[in-house]
Design a protein around this ligand. Structure first.
Ligand code: C2E
Ligand code: CA
Ligand code: CA
Ligand code: CA
Length: 279
């Protein structure tokens, strides 16, 4: 038994080491990724459930490292947060996404809003509101063409300060969404204090709708909550017609998911862009 114990300990440290080596490799490659232009954005359409018109596009970050290959944001975003790179990366994403919006506008395309994911750390910076204002000014994107997706994680510390900043962003005309809604920490009493416009029903609750009874109940409850608080509800991770029918029948406003489109390069999204009509 003692032998076993030692072996499993040895195995444990070995795998830890492997993990930390992997982690270190990712860390140092991440430091170079911005300079070496190894990031790009892909965009996933969001659609109105009734009209099936595009209401916007979510910008999603992609990292292609020459040595490590494609690394998933689920893997590198938490590392970027931990090593203090998320602010720099987030600034790049915001600017790049706004520039894309301006490009579409200049091509005579209508797209609703470009949605940018904002990490809790970015939101906690005192300069975040000013940064957003400056990027809008510099790129020329109207605030009415921007949406910010935030998670409930900012509620963990100093929510009052963040709530005031969200208020200012909302007053500028930016739409604010709570991402991954239902998985976070915020209490419902806070929700009504938040100056937000939209809830994004997390994809874990969209999975196996309508057969999964727990998820059906949660999805209905979130939609009802949205109606009660006058917030739009968008479902993410919609992959099939059965999910879409259930969500639509229960009053969900918008949808996003592989059923409609995977996240794609801007050039590939023509079908989802609407030509602006000139009079
Ligand atoms: P998220 O913001 O919740 O984004 C939704 C994720 O679900 C995206 O994964 C998207 O590609 C994926 N997805 C979309 N439709 C479907 C579907 O029908 N089925 C399934 N199974 N998945 C679908 P992705 O692009 O790998 O991003 C993962 C997470 O990384 C994001 O989750 C977000 O939290 C984070 N992330 C991505 N880009 C950024 C960024 O620019 N800034 C920050 N702070 N986080 C980002
Ligand atoms: Ca998101
Ligand atoms: Ca989400
Ligand atoms: Ca997510």
């Amino acid at each position: 038994a003692k032998q076993d114990g030692r072996n499993s300990y040895a195995f444990y440290t070995e795998s830890l080491t492997k993990e930390s080596i992997e982690h270190l490799k990712l860390q140092s490659a991440l430091h170079d990724a911005l300079d070496k232009q190894n990031f790009h954005l892909v965009y996933q359409p969001k659609l109105d459930f009734v009209t099936m018109q595009t209401t916007g596009f979510e910008a999603l970050l992609r990292w292609c490292d020459p040595v490590l290959g494609n690394v998933s944001p689920d893997k590198f975003i938490p590392i970027a947060e931990k090593i203090g790179l998320i602010n720099e990366i987030g600034s790049w994403v915001l600017k790049e996404a706004c520039q894309q919006g301006v490009k579409w506008i200049s091509q005579g395309k209508t797209f609703g809003r470009i949605a940018v994911n904002v990490a809790g750390q970015q939101l906690q910076r005192t300069s975040f509101v000013d940064e957003v204002k400056l990027v809008l000014e510099e790129t020329g994107l109207p605030a009415s063409a921007l949406e910010l997706e935030v998670t409930e994680s900012f509620m963990m510390s100093d929510p009052e300060v963040v709530i005031r900043d969200l208020q200012r962003l909302g007053e500028m005309g930016i739409e604010l969404s709570i991402d991954d809604f239902g998985t976070g920490y915020s209490s419902l009493s806070y929700l009504k204090k938040l100056p937000i416009h939209k809830l994004k029903l997390d994809q874990s609750f969209v999975k196996d709708l309508p057969l999964d009874l727990n998820n059906s109940a949660i999805a209905k409850a979130v939609i009802a909550l949205g109606q009660a608080l006058n917030l739009k509800v968008i479902a993410e991770g919609v992959e099939n017609e059965a999910q879409a029918a259930f969500l639509r029948d229960n009053g969900c406003h918008e949808a996003q998911g592989y059923l409609y489109s995977k996240p794609m390069l801007p050039e590939a999204l023509n079908d989802f862009l609407i030509d602006r009509v000139h009079y």
